[in-house]
Every structure is written in C-alpha cells, then in structure tokens.
Write a protein that binds this ligand. Structure first.
Ligand SMILES: [Zn+2]
Length: 194
C-alpha cells in the first residue's frame, strides 16, 4: 500500500464493502470512473455466487478498481473455528478468481478480529485492511453520511474511508463526498494500492 505517506500529501483511499449489488454497485463504479479514482471493493462471496455478481466485479476489475475479499457469508470471524474461517476466505477467493488484487487484500466483517483470526488471515496470504474514517453510511440512510465522513477526513492527514456500495444513499451521494474531498486542496491524492 502506498497509503500513509509523510510527504505532505493527503492520501485518501475509498473502500466499499458488502457488495456487489446489481443496481447500486454499477452506479458507484460510474462515479469513481468519472473522477478517475480507483476504489477498493471488499466483496461478499455469496453475492458473487448469485445474480449479476460476477459480471459486476469483472467490469470493476476491467475499469481498474481493486477487488478484495470480505468473506463468503459476512460472519463475525471471532466466533468461528479455524477451518470455518479458512472456508470463508477460500470460497470467496475461488469466486473472485482472476480478478483478485496483488497483494491479496482482506477486511474482516464488523472489523471483528483477534490474534488468532489475524494469524489465519496472514497465513492465507492476505494483507488486512481496516479503516480510519467510518462514514456510518449503513446507519444514516440519508445524505448525512457525507458530512459525518467529511468531519473526520478534514481533520486527518490520510484517510481510509469505509462505505457500503449496497445502499442507494451511498451510490447517490458518493459524488458529493469526492467533490468535497477534492476541495480540501491540491495536496489531496486518491490512491488504492501500489
Ligand atoms: Zn461488511
């Protein structure tokens, strides 16, 4: 990850969890493309196995976005046994297939992890990616999540922003978030990974 430089630039990573969704994920991809920003999509395996999931991540991948693993069924990994955790990661990785990022990225659902889970994530070959800006877009089902995110981003040098591409209010207002981040200054740079 190039994230977290100390050279005076403010690096911003936009991440989207829990998709893909047949209607809202393509809308988010459109907005990112318009701004020439590469996002990271932490996808849920069971959503890839159904409907248009595969088609959507293929498009995201071809448009330059990063496809990352967010488990198969979105459980709290701290409550699962070791083999169940490995199955959650591997089943999803099989579905992501050739669209996987290099290095492999993983985010635990709910951010729930511990030393045992972290060790398994690492042993399975993943770099764990958390966040430092929580927009609470899943909770604030209105434009309010944009302001909640900006309150945090404005006060940070580097921001790793958590959003969810399955909510219509996220897809609808992500353009405003990006526009407001850009207005913070010319030293803002959107990055995904090296
Ligand atoms: Zn999630």
């Amino acid at each position: 990850m190039t994230y977290g430089s100390l050279d005076g630039t403010r690096e911003v990573v936009l991440t989207f969890d829990d998709g893909p969704d047949a209607s809202t994920t393509p809308e988010v991809i459109d907005v990112l493309n318009e701004h020439d920003i590469e996002g990271i999509f932490f996808v849920v395996g069971k959503r890839l196995a159904s409907s248009r999931g595969q088609e959507i991540i293929e498009r995201a991948y071809n448009d330059g976005h990063v496809i990352a693993n967010h488990t198969y069924s979105h459980p709290k990994l701290t409550k699962l046994g070791n083999q169940e955790i490995k199955d959650e990661l591997r089943k999803t990785q099989d579905l992501i297939g050739d669209f996987a990022s290099e290095p492999l990225l993983f985010r635990p659902p709910y951010g729930a992890t511990n030393a045992r889970v972290d060790k398994l994530i690492q042993e399975e070959g993943y770099l764990k990616v958390m966040w430092n800006v929580d927009t609470l877009d899943w909770d604030k089902r209105s434009k309010a999540w944009v302001q909640h995110g900006m309150d945090q981003i404005s006060n940070r040098e580097d921001s790793l922003v958590l959003m969810h591409d399955i909510h219509p209010t996220t897809a609808e207002h992500v353009n405003e978030l990006i526009t407001r981040i850009k207005s913070l200054g010319e030293n803002v740079s959107f990055v995904s990974y090296a």
